[in-house]
Design a protein around this ligand. Structure first.
Ligand code: NDP
Length: 246
């Protein structure tokens, strides 16, 4: 971590994003806690950071809207200076499992616009603004490797994210900006638990040879490594973090 590091974490009001924001703040980064609607949880996250002498602000921005993404970067720069770390964490999935046949137009559009276009919007903004030494992490999913039934739109959105991760790393040649993706396995958050009966949660928790669900810390540790100096030579990679599930 460099003293002047400023991180935007999208979708940091809850779940994995919140844990990443808390971890980066603890490591000394100034953190922008982005959220879509959940102001109370975002403010709570900021309060937790500032109570521990960290630096953070909450900024509402819907990542599907490019103007709001621009405003998010503007707010970050106004508060802390140039953004040096972008964590593309904001994401949605339908409750439970839904086959492609049963996915309606509105659900498909919601998943693609948040998970794929949202990442496109922030990458484009970051590419226009970031200076040498900056780092970007995109959240994918290990479900993509499993190709499990019931995740059609969701897996498709993350396949696009993984593609853009590698293309963007190549497009940034010569600018010393690293772009990587982290693909967690099933992790105990609202997104994973919502709409799944207990027996399904238990079955999924046994898929990995380590036979448990992931915790948010399992992912934050890897993100902290990738954006930190120890990850300096890792670029254009997708790192699966799932206890060996796939
Ligand atoms: P949660 O549902 O717990 O949290 C989602 C976060 O994203 C919230 O902070 C939410 O904000 C924010 N968000 C949703 N839509 C938007 C939007 N349009 N603009 C800005 N922010 C938005 O999800 P998780 O923590 O589980 O997931 C985080 C990431 O990790 C996602 O990309 C997900 O696909 C990925 N992932 C999760 C796995 C899991 O098993 N949990 C496994 C693999 C990957 P608000 O609170 O305001 O609604």
């Amino acid at each position: 971590m460099k003293r002047q590091d400023v991180a935007i974490v999208t979708g940091a009001s809850r779940g994995i994003g919140q844990a990443i924001a808390l971890r980066l703040a603890r490591d000394g980064y100034a953190v922008v806690v982005n959220y879509a609607g959940n102001e109370q949880d975002a403010k709570q996250t900021v309060a937790e950071i500032t109570k521990a002498d960290g630096r953070a602000i909450a900024v509402k921005a819907n990542v599907t809207r490019s103007q709001e993404v621009k405003a998010l970067f503007d707010a970050a720069e106004a508060a802390f200076g140039p953004v040096t770390v972008l964590i593309n964490n904001a994401g949605v999935m339908q409750p439970g499992l839904v086959s492609i046949v049963d996915t309606d137009d509105a659900l498909f559009e919601r998943i693609i616009s948040t998970n794929l276009q949202g990442v496109f919007n922030t990458l484009r903004e970051a590419g226009r603004r970031m200076k040498a030494g900056s780092r970007i992490i995109n959240l994918s999913t290990s479900v993509l490797g499993l190709a499990s039934p019931g995740y059609g739109a969701y897996a498709a959105s993350k396949a696009g994210v993984e593609a853009m991760t590698k293309v963007f790393a190549n497009e940034l040649r010569g600018r010393e900006i690293r772009v990587n993706a982290v693909a967690p396995g099933p992790t105990k958050t609202d997104l994973f638990l919502e709409g799944k009966p207990q027996e399904l949660v238990e079955r999924i928790s046994k898929l990995a040879p380590l036979e448990r669900l992931g915790t948010v810390e399992d992912t934050t540790r890897v993100v902290a490594f990738l954006v930190g100096e120890e990850g300096a030579w890792v670029n254009g990679q997708v790192l699966r973090v799932n206890g060996g599930m796939v």
